[in-house]
Structures are given as C-alpha cells and as structure tokens.
Ligand binder design. Sequence first.
Ligand code: HPA
Ligand code: ZN
Length: 308
Amino acid sequence: MALPKVELHVHLEGTIARPENTDANFMSLGDFLGVYDKGMEKLQTARDFHDVTLAYLRRAADDEVRHVEMFFDPEPHMERGIAAGAMVDGIEEAIDTASRELSTPAGAHITANMIFSWQRNRGVRSAEACLQAMAPYVGRVVGVGTSSDYVASWPEQYAPLYHKAESLGFRKCCHAGELTDGSDGDWSGMERALKLIDPERIDHGYRCVADPSGRLLEAVVEKQVHLTVCPLSNARLRCINSLAEHPLRRLIDSGCNISLNSDDPGYVSDAERHLTQVFALCSDQFELSLDELANISKSAARAAFISE
Ligand code: HPA
Ligand code: ZN
C-alpha cells in the first residue's frame, strides 16, 4: 500500500526471525514470551544490535514506513553481560545509517527512535538498575515502556519508577489492556496505569472497551491517550480468538486516538509480517475507509515521541 505509515509499537527483539523449529501459532502471551526470550539471545554485540535494527528499518522503508519507534529490552541483555552503551550505540548507528541511506518507494526518508522497555516479570529492582543504566542515554533513547508478562499490581509497583524516569526526561508508555483474562493485563490494570503512571501512549490498550461501567473508554477518549494497537499480534498470541473479535471498529467509532502496529513481526507468518499487511487485513475485517486509514497514519505521526 502506498499509504505513508508510522510504526510506534515494534520490539527490536521481535523483529528477529523466529527459531526454525517453532511455528507462528502461540497458545498465549506467556507461550510466545518463552520463545521470544530465547530468540533474543542471538543478540550479543553492538554489531548484532546494529544489524538487526538496520535489517528491520530496510524492510520498513520498503513498506513505505516513514518513522519507526522501536522498543528494546535492556534487562535480559544486561544479564548476559552486554553493556547498555553497546545496545544504544549499535541501534543508533543503524538508525543514523538508515536515515542517511534508505528511502521508501515514494522517495521519502525514514527516521527512527528507540524506547527502552522494562520486562515487567523481572520486578522493580531489576527495572531500577535498568533505569540507572539507561539514564546516561536519555535523549538518544527517547522513552521508557513496560512489556513482557503482566504481574498483579504492576501499575502500583512501577508508578514511582515511571516518575523518576519522567524527571530524567524519558517519555512514558506502557503495555496494558492486552489480555482478556481479568488479570492486571486486562482493563483494570490499564485503568490504574492511566491514573498512576499517566503515560502518553498505551501499547495495546484495546481492552478499555471491557470496563462494564464504560468509564475507561470514556477516559481514553477524553484524554486522547494514544493506543498503539496490534490486532494481528493479539489474535496470533491468542489474547483474542480471531481478528473479528478485536474491537478496532468500536475504538475508532468511539473517537479513540489509535495507530496500527505489528508488535513482533519476526514471529508471525509471512502474510502478516509487514505493516501494509496489518493495514490491509484490518481494513478488510473492519471495513476501514481510505480516510480512516489516512487518519490512523496522521494520528500515529502526532503521537510519535519526536519533540514536545
Ligand atoms: N506483550 C507483552 N510483551 C511483549 C510483547 C507483547 O505483545 N511483545 C514483546 N514483548
Ligand atoms: Zn508489544
């Protein structure tokens, strides 16, 4: 699709090709994360971070993506002895090269930012050490997110660290409202995250529609907090049974500020990998008009952590 696109939710470690002996049908988020955590062990040196980043930006540029904001998970890499600076240097060099040398089919340049992400299942002590390691790179790393498995009371646990990160200059986002199981990965965790963490963007967040009082959806619309939704990922990780169950149409019709994203493009099938395919499959399923598709790109561009 020639539509210019902006991608705000893609994990660097999720762009690596999934191991040969695994298929793209996961039983759950936890099942996926086991494979994902193993797959990222291939990243060892600054050069590896560079190569994986540049390979992804090449595919994105070919797909008419004009701007990418990429998560990376420092904690497991730090645990393997990789210095924070090596990750940042490697990713940054690839971003610089991409912005100088790559162009999209329409002849546009591609820009990118990096966002470090806490792995929530590792706990706040690990997250605190990670924040300290990332602090010298604020600006080169534009924001902080939280991903991986959901744990009980994570908004309460992580809010103080988010405030610290914000005071250091990191922009805030977090994965929330991704699961349909009534846990703190579902709408109630998202509601408390909105209050306690006050992120500019929520990654996924589609479960705001499940609050029976309707207040969470209202708050999302009223605050215009941006939701980086990934409907194909949600179906693939079995958070929902099929794409048809995703409330994308309702989010759009309710006036939510959303973007469409791939999440972990290396781990899905060839037919669902590229952002164009995410747009096309969602467009078919939810009868998105050209205006609506263009609005999604505009909304993503406005929500990018480019400048205040
Ligand atoms: N959810 C939570 N953590 C993740 C994901 C996701 O979809 N992808 C990579 N880490
Ligand atoms: Zn994600």
